[in-house]
Ligand binder design. Structure first.
Ligand SMILES: C[S@@+](CC[C@H](N)C(=O)[O-])C[C@H]1O[C@@H](n2cnc3c(N)ncnc32)[C@H](O)[C@@H]1O
Length: 207
């Protein structure tokens, strides 16, 4: 018997942040259909293309889940670390991709980032879950890592549908305004199954 019926309810329920990621990963085998669906997500292919074009050498992926994207990055940049708050997710990622580096770490990961000094940070579909720490993270990046690229992807929802986080941003324009970076590229992907939602992406840095 699981704590909730749907994996989504462990995360945000009725517009309220729950954030029980570890229990969710223990109770559900493939939340967000990371294994089958995410490997075909177009913005993830865009991330890989951007990393290649920037020749990044030292990358960290925040909120890597089962490590699918970390593994793809590893094929073009062996110096990549995937981190996630859930030890179950990290244990599965390490088992699936034993040649990649993974560790448990909690956003905003400031000490870890100071230690690693990445030239590129990847945040794929994690931002809705770290809104309360986002300002601290952005302040830190601006001050200590202005040259580091941030590659960011985030699902946005049909106008009026979103409850949680709508006070911060609801679409790509507002996301970019909030992050306040200089952007090399950004875009949106629409897909029938997103029901009017969009997968947004950008690459930027503070310099
Ligand atoms: C929607 S999944 C995205 C997984 C993967 N990046 C992808 O795109 O397929 C969000 C991930 O963020 C992780 N996460 C949520 N809050 C976190 C935090 N405070 N610190 C680190 N990871 C977190 C979750 O455990 C989950 O694996």
């Amino acid at each position: 018997m699981t704590k909730y019926k749907k994996y989504q309810d462990y995360v945000i329920k009725d517009g309220i942040f729950i954030g029980d990621f570890e229990q969710m990963y223990q109770d559900f085998l493939d939340p967000w259909e990371q294994t089958e669906r995410e490997k075909f997500a177009s913005e993830k292919a865009v991330c890989i293309n951007i990393i290649k074009s920037l020749s990044c050498k030292n990358i960290i992926e925040l909120g890597c889940g089962f490590g699918q994207l970390t593994n793809r990055i590893n094929q073009i940049c062996p110096n990549v670390l995937g981190v996630d708050i859930s030890k179950t997710a990290i244990a599965k990622a390490s088992k699936r991709y034993p040649h990649c580096k993974f560790e448990v770490s909690i956003f905003p990961h400031l000490d870890l980032l100071r230690k690693i000094k990445p030239d590129c940070i990847v945040m794929a579909e994690i931002t809705w879950y770290v809104l309360d720490q986002l300002d601290e993270f952005l302040f830190f990046l601006k001050k200590e890592f202005p040259n580091t690229y941030l590659i960011h992807t985030l699902m946005t929802y049909k106008s009026g549908e979103q409850k949680y986080g709508a006070n911060k941003f609801t679409n790509l324009r507002e996301i970019k305004e909030y992050f306040g970076m200089n952007y090399l590229e950004s875009g949106e992907i629409e897909r029938l199954e997103y029901n009017g939602g969009k997968r947004t992406y950008f690459v930027g840095r503070f310099k």
